[in-house]
Design a protein around this ligand. Structure first.
Ligand SMILES: *Cc1c(COP(=O)(O)O)cnc(C)c1O
Length: 371
C-alpha cells in the first residue's frame, strides 16, 4: 500500500469493504468507446416513451425560477400524492429517487451491531446502504428466484432492525401476493422496520396488488417506497417517495438534506402524477413489449422468469457477460446480472416495438456466434 492509498484506512469499516453499485451503461459512454451512433439502451428499466407531456410542460414553466432554492418540504408534490392515495401529507417522505429513501432508512435505523434482512437476487442498493452504516446484512436464499418470506421471518432476531422487500423484485421480476406480504408484515415484530419497495407497482396487472397503503394504519413500522423513475419516465430527475406512519416520516425527515429534491423534479413529478393518459400508454407499451420479447425468447428456445415489472430476466444458458459485451458491439445495451448471482441471465428492460425488434435481432445474431 503506497502513501496515498493509506487514506482507505481512514474510511469507516463498512465503507472500506463496500463494492459500489454498477449502473447500466450510459448511451454516451458506449458512443465514446465504440464510435457507434445508433445505440439503444434496455438496461435500467427506464420508460421507453420518456416523460409525459404534462411533466415536460411543468419543467419548461419552472425554468425561470431556478435561481431560488426549491421548496424543502415539497408541499405541492406532497399535496398531490396525498390526494392521489388518500393519506395525510405528514405520512410522505420525498427522496432524491426512492434510492434516497432506502438510504435514509438505513441511516436512521441501522448501525453496527444491528441487522438488515433481504433476499438473494434482491435490489443491489439494500446491501450498499446496510454496509455503509456498518450494519450486518442477512441475505436469505431466494425461493424460485423470489423472496422466501417464511425463511426471512425465521431469520428475524432481536438484532434485526430493517427488512427490505422489493415487490415486484428487481432484477428477477417476481411478484409476491399481497396476502403473503400482508401476513409477513403482521408477523414481523414492531421493533423491525419493513421497507416495502414498490418501484414497479404501476406495472403490476393483478387486481389485488394495489392496497399496500391500507396497511400503514395498522403498522407504524412499515414504509412503502415508490418512484417517478420507472412508469413516469423521470429517472433523470431523481424523485421518489416513501409512505409511512407520520412518526416514521418524522424520523426520516431528521436525517434528510433540507433541499434533497430539486425544483424541476418537484414540479415534473407533481404534473406526472395526474398524467393518466401517459401512464396508460406506458402500461400498454410495456404489456405489448413483454409479449414481443417473450415470444422472441420462445422462438430462440430460451426460458425467462415471469415478470411483473417493465423488464425481464432471460436465461441465456451460457455466461451472460460475454453475450452482454457482444450485444454492446451491436449497439444494444442490456444488463448482465452476475453481480446478482445470476451469471447465466441477462436483464432486458422493455423498450418500444422497434427497440425490442433491434434487440431480438442482435440477440439472435450473437447466439448464432455472429459477433
Ligand atoms: C429502480 C429501483 C428503485 C429506485 O430507483 P430511483 O430512481 O432511485 O427511484 C428502487 N427499487 C428498485 C427495486 C428499483 O428497481
Amino acid at each position: 500500500m503506497n502513501n496515498t492509498d493509506k487514506i482507505y484506512n481512514l474510511a469507516a469499516p463498512g465503507v472500506q469493504q463496500l463494492i459500489p453499485y454498477i449502473p447500466g451503461k450510459p448511451i454516451e459512454e458506449l458512443e465514446r468507446e465504440l464510435g457507434l451512433t445508433r445505440i439503444i439502451k434496455l438496461a435500467s428499466n427506464e420508460n421507453p416513451l420518456g416523460p409525459g407531456k404534462k411533466a415536460l410542460e411543468a419543467i419548461q414553466a419552472a425554468l425561470p425560477q431556478l435561481t431560488l432554492y426549491p421548496d424543502g418540504n415539497g408541499f405541492n408534490l406532497k399535496q398531490a400524492l396525498s390526494r392521489q392515495y388518500a393519506i395525510e401529507m405528514s405520512q410522505i417522505t420525498l427522496g432524491n429517487g426512492s434510492n434516497e429513501i432506502l438510504e435514509l432508512v438505513a441511516r436512521a435505523f441501522l448501525m453496527p451491531g444491528l441487522e438488515a434482512i433481504f433476499s438473494q437476487h434482491a435490489f443491489a442498493v439494500y446491501p450498499i446502504v446496510t454496509q455503509a452504516v456498518g450494519a450486518t446484512a442477512v441475505v436469505v436464499p431466494a425461493l424460485n428466484y423470489g423472496h422466501d418470506l417464511d425463511t426471512m421471518l425465521q431469520r428475524v432476531t432481536d438484532k434485526t432492525r430493517v427488512v427490505f422487500i422489493a415487490n415486484p423484485n428487481n432484477p428477477t421480476g417476481t411478484l409476491l401476493s399481497q396476502a403473503s406480504v400482508e401476513s409477513f408484515i403482521s408477523a414481523l415484530p414492531e421493533s423491525c422496520v419493513c421497507v416495502l419497495d414498490e418501484a414497479y407497482f404501476e406495472f403490476v396487472r393483478t387486481v389485488e396488488s394495489v392496497n399496500s397503503i391500507d396497511w400503514l394504519k395498522k403498522h407504524p413500522n412499515l414504509i412503502v417506497t415508490r418512484t417517478f423513475s420507472k412508469a413516469y419516465g423521470l429517472a433523470g430527475l431523481r424523485v421518489g417517495y416513501g409512505l409511512s406512519s407520520p412518526q416514521m416520516a418524522d424520523i426520516l425527515n431528521r436525517v434528510r438534506q433540507p433541499f434533497n429534491n430539486n425544483a424541476l423534479a418537484l414540479v415534473a413529478a407533481e404534473a406526472a402524477l395526474t398524467d393518466f393518459e401517459h401512464l396508460k400508454n406506458t402500461i400498454t407499451v410495456n404489456t405489448q413489449g413483454m409479449q414481443q420479447l417473450t415470444d422472441g425468447f420462445k422462438d430462440l428456445g430460451l426460458e425467462w422468469i415471469e415478470s411483473a415489472g417493465n423488464f425481464v430476466l432471460v436465461d441465456v444458458k451460457q455466461p451472460g457477460q460475454p453475450l452482454y459485451e457482444a450485444l454492446l458491439r451491436k449497439g444494444v445495451i442490456v444488463r448482465p446480472v452476475g453481480n446478482y448471482e445470476l451469471p447465466n441471465h441477462l436483464r432486458i428492460s422493455i423498450g418500444t416495438k422497434e427497440e425490442n425488434q433491434v434487440f431480438l435481432q442482435a440477440l439472435t445474431e450473437v447466439l448464432a456466434g455472429n459477433v
